[in-house]
Write a protein that binds this ligand. Sequence first.
Ligand code: 13P
Length: 283
Amino acid sequence: MALINLKEMLMAADKEVYGVGAFNTLNLEMSKAIIDAAEEERSPVIIQIAELLFQFMPDWEVLSAATLMLAHKAKVPVVVHLDHGMNYENIVKAMRLGFSGVMIDGSHLSFDENVRQTKEVVKTAHALGIPVEAELGTVPGEEGLYNTQNTVMTDAMLVKEFIGLTEADVLAVCIGNVHGNYIKTPCLDFNRLREIKSIAGVPLVLHGGSGLTDEDFGCCIKLGINKVNIFTDLCNSALSKLDAIYEEKREGVSFPKILSVTSEAVKQEAIKKMRLFGSSGKG
Ligand code: 13P
């Protein structure tokens, strides 16, 4: 099956009402664990490399090339996506590397500037046949060293105009979702999501998927979320396994063991999410 285009994958999810997990990777071990999970579940999957997390990768371009090779070899449909693209040069570089989806994150900008920057990326991306995810509203929280408490819920009244002006293919929304660990219990605005879905006409994305309940995911997917971004839950499950092996026997801990135990934890967490989002068996 191998590498496919973001829009094609999400249109299929929208038609059959399931969510595709979009998992952030930091290294080759994570990329391989995510693809192994998808193959085991026969699930479509999105692997994302986030510009906001470049500083934690040894070399994002090398990681992208390796992740793309894994995607091409995969037995299930895989999208390799640039998450939170902020800088035009990096977004174009991702397109040249062969990404099958890119995000331009103008969520911190004014409406007009968000439209301007998104349009610029869409023009280049569409010339190359690459779909674009844009964001309207601001999802707060922590991603890498980026941290904002500023929440701007997506204004359903602006969605049609935004999509019309930018021609973005996929839209990320803020309905009360937060990046990183939730400090207080999240309260999602499902009525807002329902209204956005009725207007948008494009697949929708939920950032900050980690920490939400099974019921939250169920409602979001039923109401039209097609892509669910997950990073913190992958990191937390790897960390909890690490705690466990340190507790077991400090002396017996080796670096290869740490790599394999944490990769397995990432894989199992991705499998859990694929089952929850209903994408298992759809690849
Ligand atoms: P979490 O880290 O909260 O899962 O969010 C991931 C995300 O939205 C990546 O863009």
